[in-house]
Ligand binder design. Structure first.
Ligand code: ZN
Length: 348
């Protein structure tokens, strides 16, 4: 995959002439594939190289690149607050990747042209540095879309994994571990979710030990090194925010409540009740950041519930996700900036 990624870099760098206006490159109405995501990442990288840098966080179980985008104004000195946005922890949830890539594209457009989607986008770069992982689980996304290119050699082992429903419902990584059950939040041993599986499966298997899945471990290590003050992990079902758990809610002294109330009100998302039982809530990315680095972590479920595992059709993305939630990441940051003086002691 590295070769493929480098090849795309070269092709695009030699062929693209850019104009920095309101140019949305993320398409709106078809399934978002790994190769589309890679191509969009590279296009953004060349177009916005002043403020955007792209690294490879690492490689998935099946050797697919996991891109890490960083938006930062390096000409502006001073301590910046790191924030982390992650999508596609769950394989089938391609809306989450599309949302985060479209947010990134519109945010970058708006930095150079304030008449675009986000007014005064550049002011956020004086205060924040953005870390963005739009494709946390490339193997899983490929399996969910039956896009075997680059992972054909793993077909035999993939087919041995217990499959609950059609490929399009695949939620785990390529090895059959649900990444959002595999983080080392201190409660992994308690986790026994509703969809519990004892062995690798397309959903519901937490792994033998925390951090076993390469993809979860890579994100965990990034969190440990950059210590984001806010982590938003994007999923796709329910129009709901999972924003607090009983084990950590107390430590935020109401900051978590205030931030999520604002986002919930402005975007029309429900705030879940504070999760009570680690058997159900444990070992997600949001739990990890709350428990291990004492920072704000939210699981954002984009798009309305439909009472099934199947995702909404791709052509509904604009209506169900983008128009409703495009301001959500910056709503969190606006509210965080406003409240920070009162709560800065939490982050010392
Ligand atoms: Zn999910």
């Amino acid at each position: 995959m590295l070769k493929k990624f480098q090849f795309i870099f070269l092709v695009l760098s030699s062929s693209l002439g850019y104009s920095q206006n309101c140019d949305d490159i993320i398409e709106d109405s078809v399934s978002y594939t790994t190769s589309m995501i890679y191509e969009d990442v590279v296009e953004l990288m060349y177009k916005y190289s002043d403020v955007l840098s792209v690294d490879i966080l690492g490689y998935s179980e099946f050797d697919q690149a996991i891109p890490l985008l960083k938006i930062e104004d390096s000409s502006f000195y001073g301590n910046k607050k790191p924030v982390l946005f992650v999508a596609n922890i769950h394989a089938r949830e391609f809306y989450s990747s599309k949302f985060l890539m479209k947010f990134t594209n519109h945010f970058l457009m708006s930095i150079t042209n304030d008449s675009c989607t986000y007014n005064e986008a550049s002011k956020y770069l004086k205060e924040y540095s953005f870390y963005i992982i739009p494709l946390a689980n490339p193997d899983g996304l490929k399996i969910a879309q039956q896009d075997w290119d680059g992972i054909e050699q793993h077909r035999v082992e993939i087919d041995k994994i217990k499959r609950v429903g059609p490929y399009s419902d695949w939620k785990a990584n390529g090895k059959g571990i649900d990444l959002n059950n595999n983080f080392d939040d201190g409660n992994f041993h308690l986790k026994h979710g509703r969809l519990f599986e004892e062995n690798p499966a397309s959903q519901g298997y937490k792994g033998d030990y925390p951090g076993q899945a390469i993809e979860a471990k890579l994100i965990q290590d990034l969190v440990d090194s950059i210590r984001p003050m806010i982590t938003l992990s994007f999923h796709t079902k329910g129009d709901i925010l999972f924003w607090a758990d009983k084990g950590t809610h107390q430590k935020f002294k109401g900051l978590d409540t205030k931030l999520n109330k604002k986002a919930s009100n402005k975007c029309g998302l429900i705030m879940a009740r504070v999760s009570q039982n680690p058997k159900e809530y444990a070992a997600g990315l949001e739990n990890y950041v709350r428990a291990k680095i004492d920072a704000i972590g939210v699981c954002v479920e984009l798009s309305k519930p439909n009472n099934k595992d199947a995702q909404h059709p791709p052509e509904k993305f604009l209506e169900l996700v983008w128009r409703k939630c495009k301001n959500l990441p910056l709503i969190y940051l606006n509210e965080f900036s406003r409240l920070y003086p009162e709560y800065s002691y939490l982050f010392d």
